[in-house]
Design a protein around this ligand. Sequence first.
Ligand code: FE2
Length: 183
Amino acid sequence: MVIVRIPDKNIKIEDAEEAAEYLSSIGIIYERWRTDNPVSASSTQDEILAAYSKEIGELKKSGGYTTADVININENTPGLDEMLNKFNKEHWHSEDEVRFTISGRGIFHIHPENSPVVSIEVSEGDLLRVPKGTKHWFDLCEDRNIKAIRLFQDKSGWTPYYVPEGVDRKYQPMCFGPAYIRH
Ligand SMILES: [Fe+2]
């Protein structure tokens, strides 16, 4: 379930509907796709795409996305740090960033033009659409593990354009999901 935080205002939203409403006010589309998980940890990319073919088809139609794939990142992924360093600095793309989380967790920070930075912790069942041109950055949670469906309008448009003097360093990528609560 999604956890939205506005660190500068000390606000935390854990209700999915409330989160969707706030995110839509800053142009970010959040949806809970489905709660019954039709795939398992051993499902292949093709099995995952087949299990979600209806949802993927609808998204493709509504957003003009042409391709979908599955990204599977964990502690053992070769070049993980390099990959993360590419996306954990403030940037934007010339196409939407669309991610449906199958398992694991990740944290997006969004830097809207006229409102405070928002952190969005996503996990299983969360769909996030970050429209093209939106300034954002991405981190993994401490366990460094996420599996997600990605949709693209055109893969070549998915280059990060970095924001000079990005504000990313002012925000800690803190995750609050059940596994991260310390006692
Ligand atoms: Fe990005």
